[in-house]
Write a protein that binds this ligand. Structure first.
Ligand code: ZN
Length: 639
């Protein structure tokens, strides 16, 4: 390195000699408490640095001390917990206390310039032991430029992760990569910028590498990847009530309905709730604990916004922000990244392609029942009602066999107002019809599941109430995660116009997301192998067209605001595309699951297959699609 002598050469020489003295056994936190001044320009709390304001920063900083055996420190931190200042303290420590060549990498050259001009310059100026060592940037030939700062015994280089040249040059004992998730994955075709930077330290036995970032997208997050390869330290704090040490988790933060001011943390052990007022105290009593073995050289630290000190970013503000952004995916992503310091799982199930599905159309005609089918169920979606246009019942009949192999037997639209009798008379024809299987066996639909969640709840209840013996049931979709495909029935007393009706209806809740997970997974992955279809394979009749498949695939999974966890995918409708056919499949499948409540799963197929053998066969020949072979479809077509 070049030492430049200026008019300040006397003090410069002194510091130069001082810099070459053996390193004192001072830790980074002790150095910061003794020397670091926070500038009024860059800090909301100007004045001397106090580590006990942010006690969780002590250990990460001290791992960067020359006395620590740790070589690499990984900070997966949210914003507003002091991560930036911890990095700055280390830079000051290096300049003053443990000089050597240092490379500081920002995501871009432009950002490196900003860091140099703002944060660094103010720290250098306001911390006397540092201003003694680095000449002001404005003096000529001072060894202090925007991208390089000379100091006795060392040199700090600043660059951007988008500049291979900047990353490539001389060896450096210290490497500081800031906001690594914003780094490009490849720089100028020379590979990963972090790897390039780290390579420069390999020749130093006592090297130190600091990587910091708020995380971004799952599987693409550099900091998460680094953290997972570390000893994964988490900050354990004692519960003010029972003393149990635990690390803070977002789902444990509770509040009354929509009132963020009631935010309090619920202890996992004693379930007492404690307010934020205890923060200062429990942060000081806290300690980092490794949650993974690690190799002793890489120390990883994870910290969420729940730890932000009093007066910085409160639990109340956190809840307010959550309520604001929970239903808006991009805002939610930012919250999860910058407040919780967790990665965001992108839509991991994209739409199933319609084209691929058209190839799967088979030769059996709609309304005919392939030989393997053992059970039939029907899903009915009620559209419109309450005087809207295009009122209709949309129905799909599905056949099922062992392993839940499924066949779309028929899908139809019965036009008519659900508040009038006609459309229900048409549905009766399907419910009562004989569906003739290839071998001539007549089959009935075992379960007809009708959605009661729309505008026609009462008519649906009325219809189902009197047809329970035909397997007609009222259902309602619930998208709560982890629900059974169909619940146990719940009796509901019907009451119209203040008058109680005879009898009641049984309502079943359908775990729509559970059903969709299962069914769409099968639509996507299950194949027709040479040996036959894989279990759960879904077959489509010869007249299944593109519009059917468009509806079937009209929903996709995204991450939604479920407080019990953040990698929880939820099914949502694509804007502007109807999805009745998917709903009908879900209801038909729920109907099949209702049968599992009545027959043991292990015996259901054999039991019904045997039962069908005893059914009278159609007297006429069993050829499919012949005029004489009337099926459910013909009943409605003739209606
Ligand atoms: Zn407790």
């Amino acid at each position: 390195m070049t030492v430049v002598f200026t008019s300040r050469s006397t003090s410069y020489l002194d510091s130069f000699r001082e810099g070459l003295k053996p390193e004192q056994p001072l830790t980074v936190s002790a150095w910061a408490d003794r020397y670091r001044m926070l500038s009024s320009r860059a800090s909301s709390e100007p004045g001397p640095w106090r580590t006990n304001r942010t006690p969780y920063l002590k250990e990460p900083m001290d791992c960067l001390s020359t006395s620590s055996p740790v070589q690499k420190v990984v900070l997966m931190f949210c914003s507003q917990v002091g991560k930036t200042e911890a990095g700055s303290n280390w830079l000051g420590y290096v300049i003053h206390h443990a000089p050597g060549p240092l490379l500081a990498v920002q995501p871009t050259v432009e950002m490196a310039k900003r860091l140099s001009k703002q944060r660094l310059e103010s720290m250098l100026q306001e911390t006397p032991v540092l201003s003694d060592r680095i000449a002001p940037a404005r003096s000529r030939d001072s060894g202090n430029t925007l991208f390089s700062k000379a100091f006795p015994g060392g040199m700090m280089l600043l660059t951007g992760a988008n500049s291979a040249t900047g990353l490539r040059s001389t060896p450096c004992r210290y490497i500081f990569c800031d906001e690594v998730d914003a780094f490009p994955s490849d720089v100028d075709g020379e590979g990963d910028p972090v790897a390039l930077a780290e390579k420069r330290a390999t020749t130093f036995a006592r090297r130190k590498i600091l990587l910091t970032s708020t995380p971004t997208v799952k599987d693409f997050s550099r900091i998460e990847n680094e953290f997972e390869r570390s000893d994964q330290r988490r900050y354990y704090i004692p519960c003010p009530s029972c003393g149990e040490y635990q690390y803070l988790k977002w789902p444990q933060l509770k509040w009354e309905k929509t009132d963020p001011s009631t935010a309090a943390y619920e202890c996992e052990k004693c379930h007492e709730r404690f307010s934020e007022m205890h923060k200062t105290s429990f942060l000081r009593k806290g300690e980092w604990r490794a949650t993974a073995p690690g190799d002793g050289k890489v120390a990883g630290f994870h910290l969420s916004g729940l730890y932000s000190p009093l007066g910085w970013f409160s639990w109340q503000e956190m809840v307010e922000e959550w309520l604001r952004c929970k239903d808006d995916a991009p805002a939610l992503k930012t919250f999860i990244n910058t407040r919780l310091s967790e990665t965001w799982a992108e839509d991991y199930v994209s739409a199933v392609s319609t084209e691929g599905l058209l190839d799967r159309v088979e030769s059996y005609k709609p309304g005919t029942v392939p030989q393997k089918v053992i059970l039939l169920t029907m899903g009915v979606d009620v559209q419109g009602g309450g005087g809207t246009k295009d009122q209709r019942l949309s129905v799909s009949v599905w056949g099922w066999a062992e392993g839940e192999e499924g066949w779309l037997i028929d899908h139809q639209t019965l036009m008519g107002d659900a508040h009038q009798a006609d459309v229900w008379t048409a549905l009766d024809l399907l419910v009562n019809a004989d569906w003739v299987r290839e071998d001539g066996v007549k089959m009935k639909i075992s379960i007809t599941a009708i959605d009661s969640g729309g505008l026609a709840t009462m008519p649906v209840y009325q219809y189902c109430r009197t047809r329970l013996n035909l397997g007609v049931v009222a259902i309602k979709g619930a998208s709560t995660r982890g629900q059974a495909p169909i619940s146990r029935g719940k009796r509901i007393d019907i009451n119209t116009k203040g008058k109680s009706l005879m009898g009641s209806v049984i309502l079943y809740m359908v775990g729509s997301d559970t059903c969709k997970d299962a069914l769409m997974g099968r639509v996507r992955h299950n194949k027709l192998n040479k040996e036959g279809p894989s279990p759960g394979y879904l077959h489509f009749h010869s007249e299944t067209d593109e519009s059917y498949f468009r509806e079937l695939t009209a929903e996709r999974q995204i991450l939604k605001s479920n407080r019990s966890g953040f990698t929880v995918p939820t099914w949502v409708k694509k804007a502007g595309v109807p999805c009745e056919r998917l709903d009908e499949l879900v209801y038909a499948y729920a109907g099949l699951n209702l049968l599992y409540q009545r027959y043991p799963r292990s015996k259901i197929w054999l039991y019904h297959a045997k039962k069908l053998l005893n059914e009278p066969k159609k007297p006429s020949e069993n050829k499919l699609n012949s005029k004489s072979n009337r099926s459910g479809r013909d009943y409605v077509n003739n209606w």
